[in-house]
Design a protein around this ligand. Structure first.
Ligand SMILES: Nc1ncnc2c1ncn2[C@@H]1O[C@H](COP(=O)(O)OP(=O)(O)OP(=O)(O)O)[C@@H](O)[C@H]1O
Length: 793
């Protein structure tokens, strides 16, 4: 059912899981290099919103909302009213009953569709695979809803939720116009039925007021007083009179039928227009919100991604937007349809009998009260439901991407159980919503049914008293049923709207996020011009990097010092190695250089300019990076290498691959540069991934290269080859490259560097050339090397 979202979710998760790669290589922030999101494909669910009448009015008063009528004999009573004069309306009731079945199926479909996002208990046990056998139940952790932390975001104000409709106001206005016309037109149906009943009963037919027992029995014809109980005034009529009256009745029926054809045509055209428009506007709003949200997320600081998990964000983008966009537009359409129906019904009821209308009036506040009570809970639980669903998406995404680890540690069953327990928790919230919803529907149905029964009772006495005709009573009952149903559905729409408001809590909090790193409007500055804001250094700047007394803690753990008083410089033409024990802060230095984070104290400069003053995208474009865990996207080798320079020519890509010692192995791949490397580069080896990542970094022709254990998976010959090529690039006049920063544990790499800095607990404790440190004062380095003797050659 949700299949159209799959490619979109994959793209999004792939981009989010690899945010640092995306940020470093600066493709357009709001789109993926590997495919733009097609709004139509994103959200093609067919949620029909067709509330047109199409002759279902009468059935509605006995339908799923009001099955009690059968119990109370309402259906029988109404049929009796319709057949007071003749038995000709049974086929109408049969038709209406089939409509009712259709509506029930449709309603059940909607409920199922809603609940389909929350698999039931049977979900896991239905899986026939060996790892989901009966014993799985033993693995199921007890479900504790409290252990799922839900976000504490306040639901956005209604005005804010409605503001997402604003850009579509023209289409919406048009759709609302079509909706009003079609609803008002189809609302003429009960009126027509009432008139037809009265015509059949002779009301308004000259010389004949009421025909009892059918036209074939002319001796039984009486006037209206006879119906009221005074049979003594019955006047026999002749066959000729009867024939004339019969003709008159047929004429009147024809004219009503013709009018109704007109109304139905208008109704059908209006329904086609508003239904298509509301649906497509809902889709359009969903697509717009997704693009907006993706753009906002892509503009966040990397610390945001430390705190928000990729799977969860992907879920916000798919499910939350779906809930908000669909519910909002669907409920507004639903609300307006029912509002028009309610107003028309009240108007018609007053026209038929102001007294009966007055008796019915307390029902409206009662139903509204029910709705307010229901809405309060539904808002909270639907938000919690979405939070837990988002968590479940995160669990699934993480486990799928780490499937090798899951399998190698034999944790399949445990993971199934973990996911099941999260899904059970989501189901727990959905169940609460469903139970409450059921209670609301039940109570409002009871109130509506009882009120209608009362109307029928009082109305019948009015008919007997001659204060109204049977047709008028039938019409009144139908309008009353529409009113009761309309009020119930308005409450339901309000409940749905509150649900959308609840679902929007997290979505709007994300949309409201600052996009402080948005540099899309920055114009390149002319060379030699240094601006104070969004600065780009002139092309001939000296790529000397200086860390001055840098102190740093990660925003997620501000009390844990990661770097302390770190000072060093990376000068033009230098190979510099950073080494040290695991966790000493080497990768953090690269993160600071790329401004993924800012130091808490001290500063970092390039050519004497604080990097905080530099245009962040320009800064990153100057530093080619290969991360410790190189990330490749599910795309061809060519596209992966060209990620940071999408307009690169084939020759440029090949040149970069030769420099990274990757060209030969690429040619051996099944489709060479067109080979798809699989999600996260699953179909190439670790060393090949590293070489492709180095090629990707070199292709952008950076001034500075920062390689974080980029050769750890290369063999000795391959590594030497890469080091030599880098040295050649550094010395070449045709290349931009001016300095290389290596984070490494390898002696071979350190030996190839001009200087080595040894880090321990976030401090630089030794510095100098490898030989100098090794032979003289490099105690820490020697200890480190001894501890990692397997890497020594
Ligand atoms: N995003 C993060 N949020 C919070 N703490 C982090 C984050 N990244 C790293 N750390 C912590 O910062 C410290 C330094 O990490 P860093 O990755 O810089 O070490 P490293 O020297 O590169 O280690 P290794 O050689 O194992 O790669 C570690 O204690 C680590 O747990």
């Amino acid at each position: 059912m949700f299949s159209p979202r799959i490619p979109f979710c994959r793209i999004f998760r792939s981009q989010l899981c690899n945010t640092s790669t995306v940020i470093m290589f600066r493709p357009h922030p709001s789109t993926s290099r590997f495919g733009h999101v097609n709004s139509r494909q994103l959200h093609q669910q067919n949620y029909s919103n067709n509330h047109a009448w199409h002759g279902r009015l009468l059935f509605r008063c006995m339908s799923d909302r009001t099955p009690g009528f059968s119990f109370f004999g309402f259906q029988k009573g109404l049929r009796h009213l319709l057949t007071l004069g003749r038995n000709s309306n049974n086929s109408l009731l049969t038709h209406l009953s089939s409509q009712r079945r259709h509506e029930r199926i449709k309603r059940s479909y909607f409920h199922l569709r809603y609940l389909s996002t929350t698999p039931t208990n049977g979900g896991s046990s239905n899986n026939k695979s060996e790892d989901t056998s009966e014993s799985d139940s033993q693995w199921m952790e007890p479900i504790d809803l409290s252990k799922f932390k839900t976000h504490n975001h306040e639901p956005p104000p209604i005005s804010k939720v409605l503001s997402i409709l604003l850009p579509e106001y023209k289409w919406l206005t048009f759709a609302v116009g079509a909706l009003t016309i079609s609803t008002a037109a189809t609302m003429q149906f009960p009126n027509a039925i009432a008139m037809m009943i009265d015509i059949l009963n002779g009301v308004g037919v000259e010389g004949l007021d009421v025909v009892v027992g059918g036209l074939e029995n002319s001796s039984a014809v009486v006037n209206i007083d006879a119906v009221a109980g005074d049979a003594t005034q019955a006047v026999p009529i002749t066959d000729v009179q009867l024939s004339v009256q019969h003709q008159q009745q047929i004429q009147q029926m024809k004219s009503i039928a013709l009018q109704m054809v007109g109304y139905f045509t208008v109704g059908a055209v209006g329904t086609t227009i508003h239904s298509a428009m509301f649906d497509s506007v809902g889709q359009k709003i969903g697509a717009r919100l997704r693009k907006q949200l993706f753009t906002t997320i892509m503009h966040q600081d990397i610390a945001f991604f430390d705190q928000n998990r990729a799977g969860e964000l992907a879920n916000r983008l798919s499910t939350d937007v779906h809930e908000v966009a669909e519910h909002l537009v669907q409920n507004i359409a639903h609300f307006l349809t029912n509002l028009v129906r309610v107003i028309t019904a009240i108007w018609s009821m007053i026209a038929i009998s102001p007294l009966l209308t007055f008796y019915l009036s307390p029902v409206v506040p009662l139903l509204t009260g029910c709705a307010a009570f229901y809405g309060k809970f539904i808002k909270t639980w639907s938000k919690q439901h979405l939070d837990v669903l988002a968590h479940s998406t995160h669990v699934a995404t993480e486990r799928f991407s780490g499937i090798a680890t899951v399998l190698s540690f034999g944790q399949k069953r445990k993971e199934v159980a973990r996911y099941s327990s999260v899904i059970e928790a989501a189901y727990g919230y959905a169940k609460r919503v469903a139970i409450f919803q059921g209670a609301f529907f039940g109570s409002s149905q009871m109130v509506g049914n009882m009120a209608l029964l009362g109307v029928l009772w009082v109305g019948t006495t009015h008919v007997f008293a001659g204060q109204m005709t049977p047709g008028q009573l039938a019409g009144f009952c139908m309008y009353a049923a529409i009113l009761a149903e309309g009020v119930g559905e308005i409450s339901e729409s309000v409940g749905g709207f509150l649900k959308a408001q609840g679902s929007g809590a997290r979505l709007f909090s994300l949309l409201d996020k600052d996009t402080s790193f948005d540099t899309s409007n920055i114009q390149p500055v002319a060379s030699d011009v240094i601006q104070t804001q969004h600065l780009k250094l002139p092309p001939n700047y000296k790529p000397t990097i200086e860390f001055r007394n840098v102190q740093f803690s990660y925003p997620s753990h501000p009390a844990v010092p990661i770097l302390q008083e770190v000072s060093f410089s990376l000068t033009n033409g230098e190979f510099l190695a950073l080494t040290g024990s695991s966790g000493s802060g080497k990768s953090s230095i690269i993160s600071l250089l790329l401004r993924f984070y800012d130091p808490s104290r001290g500063g970092i400069t390039i050519d004497g300019v604080d990097i905080k003053d530099l245009d962040i995208e320009w800064l990153r474009s100057q530093i080619g990076t290969v991360r410790q865990e190189p990330i490749l996207f599910h795309a061809s080798v060519f596209e992966n290498v060209a990620y940071g320079k999408p307009d690169a020519t084939k020759n440029e890509v090949i040149e970069a691959c030769i420099a990274a010692n990757a060209h030969h192995f690429i040619l051996d791949l099944p489709n060479g540069y067109d080979t798809i490397v699989g999600e996260r580069g699953a179909s190439v080896s670790g060393g090949q991934k590293q070489r492709l990542s180095i090629a990707r970094a070199l292709l952008t022709k950076p001034r500075i290269l920062a390689l974080d254990e980029a050769s750890s998976a290369l063999d000795a010959a391959g590594e030497q080859d890469v080091l030599q090529r880098l040295r050649n690039l550094l010395e070449s006049k045709d290349n931009n490259l001016s300095a290389v920063l290596f984070v490494t544990h390898k002696k071979s790499v350190m030996k190839a560097c001009d200087r080595v800095l040894v880090l321990s607990d976030g401090r630089i404790i030794e510095k100098g050339s490898y030989d100098f440190l090794d032979k003289t004062k490099g105690d820490q380095l020697r200890k480190l090397m001894m501890g990692e003797s397997t890497e020594l050659k």
